[in-house]
Design a binder for this molecule. Sequence first.
Ligand SMILES: [Zn+2]
Length: 361
Amino acid sequence: MSLPVPVVWNEDCLRHEPGGEVWLGVRDEGTEVPARAVVLRDALAAAGAPVVPARPHGDEIVRTVHDPELVDHLAGIWRDWEQAGLPAEYGRDRVVPYVFPTPGMLAGLPPRSPPAVHGRAGLFCYDTMTLVGPGSWAAIRGAVDAALTAADLVSSGARLAYALCRPPGHHVTRSAYGGSCYLNNAAIAAQALRAAGARRVAIVDVDAHHGNGTQMIFYERSDVWYGSLHVDPGAGWFPHYAGYAAERGRGDGEGSNRNLPLAPGTADDGWLAAVNALCGEAHALAPDAVVVSLGLDAAAADPESPLCVTEAGYRAAGRLAGALGPAVLIQEGGYDLASLGGLAVAALSGAAEGAGLDTSS
Ligand SMILES: [Zn+2]
């Protein structure tokens, strides 16, 4: 058996050491750790998938998808934090914002970029659990290069390509990051596919959490459809403020957004019924290319979600998504180091089967 899906790998993705997360006022260890990427790469390579290096790409697509000020902020915030002496003199070893300029706070005042870095840290961030450290920018940008390389492979004829992106990306909107995500790898891949000639792209997001960032980036567009199944944010799960069934898009994007919130405890049957429904809607649009936000955190053993999906479930989901058309698979969440590798192999094997690739050699 082999796994004929190229795995795009970037060593820089290991350089992001979030150093935990501040959750409900306490700094916990966190689960978005470099070992995730190593486990995924090693399991996929052992299953026979070719590992190919990410190629460097320019910023054009990134700055189309995201507010260029967000990109510049992420590129420079650690340097500014360090230069202000926060790590050395005050023991603040990661960028953690403490003030957030919400619309309610500003009430129409003009937006400002405060000169003090500790004031500015919350300008483009919406939570306290998405920390920035010395190697973060290299990894963030490295994950983008992995996504763009996978998109290149599919645009030039590959039926499937998988980008081993870390940190993940689907919680990042046009101008705000959070949820352990910094730049939206899946949205960037979708935009790259559009730029390479795909007239319509469908994004299928199977991560356990709603991809609020991807939803909002394409919310008013009809050329990129977004569909997600995820644990119901109304049941107390991140991202809390988005991911409800009534969110269907706006303006030109009206009808191009589909959310299928699931009850905590949902297992293979209910989860796969939702995957099947989303893939059916995507198929009806006859997309020229597909992006799969492949979160593996819907698995039963995952510490970050209450969904109960098995390896067999991920394999079946892979089959459904892989059958839709040329597809870029983007790694999103997935945090149980013991089961992560097997889940990824199952999902990619299913995708290869769905795409009709030869897995026998
Ligand atoms: Zn997730």
